[in-house]
Design a protein around this ligand. Structure first.
Ligand SMILES: [Zn+2]
Length: 315
């Protein structure tokens, strides 16, 4: 989803494709199937996968999400291999759920899906999870971060018990920030700050050959063996930036720290209700689109955090 702030319309206030237009277009199970056939096969006339007949006509079987090739009777299930395969929930409900994810700038909660789709919470929750999973998989195809990438972790939520903050505090959520200088920002929840965990996130998100700035949590040689040009800033020794003349690079993590400052300020000012509790994993992971994640984390949109719903947490 792209959102250009120069556009006159904001997508949530007045989407280009309104709810009314949505229901005009996707008014039945058949309309949804037609759309899937169009997207996957270009319609109902296409080359038969079994006998090779060119431009074979396919007819829908009554009361089933299956099409049959006129030439040889080959069955085509347009939802095969998608999250819609084997679902008993009407396709219109699924389509509308996807529509909500695409047009809402904050995340879509299970509760909201339950209300809008008129299904049980359990069903709504599953639909939401599957759409989120799929969106984050789609995102995995996005280019890896490159250039000069700064890494830094933030500790979010948790009670400030006896001044104990940071890594050891109870209920804390650790979020790793990855920021390209003058570029994209990603945030990933991590279970811990063990070397292997941190290294894994870097391997998943940063292109080989990239220059990487970190603080001393990342020991020397943790990343160089993987083909990165790694520079460590020793915050513990009050070192905040250094210039490496051999590599002609200045190592610092100011960009990503700036991002966390914005994020933390937004948590303090507008999201007071989530302080003192753990921010749910889903609330951060719910932003598969990084522009959305950035918007969310920098406080322009709300966390879809509904404290009374314990099952929404720790997913
Ligand atoms: Zn055939």
């Amino acid at each position: 989803m792209t959102y250009n702030r120069h556009d006159k319309k904001s997508p949530s206030a007045s989407p280009e494709f309104s709810v009314r237009e949505f229901f005009q277009r996707f008014n039945s199970e058949q309309a949804c199937l037609d759309h899937i056939m169009e997207v996957r096969y270009g319609g109902t006339r296409f080359d038969c996968q079994t006998c090779g007949t060119v431009g074979a006509t396919h007819h829908k079987l009554e009361k089933r999400r299956t099409y049959v090739a006129a030439c040889c009777g080959h069955h085509v299930n347009p939802t095969a291999g998608t999250i819609l395969e084997n679902t008993r929930t009407p396709l219109v409900s699924w389509f509308f759920a996807m529509y909500m994810f695409c047009t809402t700038r904050h995340g879509v909660s299970g509760k909201e899906l339950q209300r809008q789709l008129g299904v049980t919470y359990k069903t709504a929750y599953r639909i939401g999870q599957q759409i989120r999973d799929l969106m984050s998989k789609a995102k995995a195809f996005e280019a890896l971060l490159s250039g000069h990438v700064e890494l830094d972790e933030a500790y979010v939520g948790g009670r400030k018990s006896g001044g104990k903050r940071g890594r050891g505090a109870p209920g804390i959520t650790i979020v790793m920030g990855l920021a390209e200088r003058n570029g994209r920002v990603r945030a990933r929840i991590v279970r811990n700050v063990k070397k292997e965990t941190l290294r894994g996130v870097v391997l998943d998100n940063v292109a080989e050959g990239t220059t990487v700035s970190t603080d001393e949590l990342y020991s020397y040689n943790l990343l160089t063996g993987d083909g990165y040009s790694h520079g460590v800033v020793k915050h513990g020794k009050k070192e905040y930036a250094y210039y490496d003349y051999k590599r002609d690079e200045t190592f610092h993590v100011n960009t990503v720290e700036g991002f966390w400052r914005l994020f933390k300020a937004s948590v303090r000012s507008t999201h007071i209700q989530i302080i003192g509790q753990r921010i749910s994993r889903s609330s951060v992971n719910a932003y598969p689109d990084q522009r959305q994640a950035y918007a969310a984390l920098s406080g322009r949109v709300h966390f879809p955090c509904e404290p009374p719903e314990p099952c929404e947490r720790d997913v």
